[in-house]
Design a binder for this molecule. Sequence first.
Ligand code: HEC
Length: 117
Amino acid sequence: MKKFFFTLLSLYTLSYAADKGAYLVQKYNCLSCHDFSQKRTGPSFAEIAKKYGTSERAVERVARIIINPPSFMPPFKIPFSQAKKIAQYILKEGAKAAKEKKKHTDDEYIDLWSEFH
Ligand code: HEC
């Protein structure tokens, strides 16, 4: 019985940690300048994921960028642990968005192909 509650508790903590990146991206309004798949004021998360990858090292690099960003983005004075959660989330979702986009382009190509044959 104890084991059951322990499993439940760790499942809860895990899903909470995964959600936290999404929550922080909302909280800090990243989406007012960034989109998952399209360029807006800033580059898309898909582009960012393509540029940095999704490794642990990439997460740390992007976390540092969020705290101390390039010229045209306001800096976020937040704890490194939070920045890492955000970085993890945008790289993962960005990589997914990039894959989706590629699939769409392939579909469009096939459509065009069948129109002309
Ligand atoms: C006011 C608009 C704005 C907001 C808000 C904003 N960004 Fe940005 N961001 C930008 C712009 C513009 C750039 C490109 C800066 C440059 O190239 O000089 C950028 C660049 C970045 C980069 C670097 C991309 C690269 O190629 O190196 C990352 C990572 C990033 N933003 C993540 C975030 C995250 C995460 C948040 C929320 C915590 C956020 N941004 C909030 C405008 C914004």
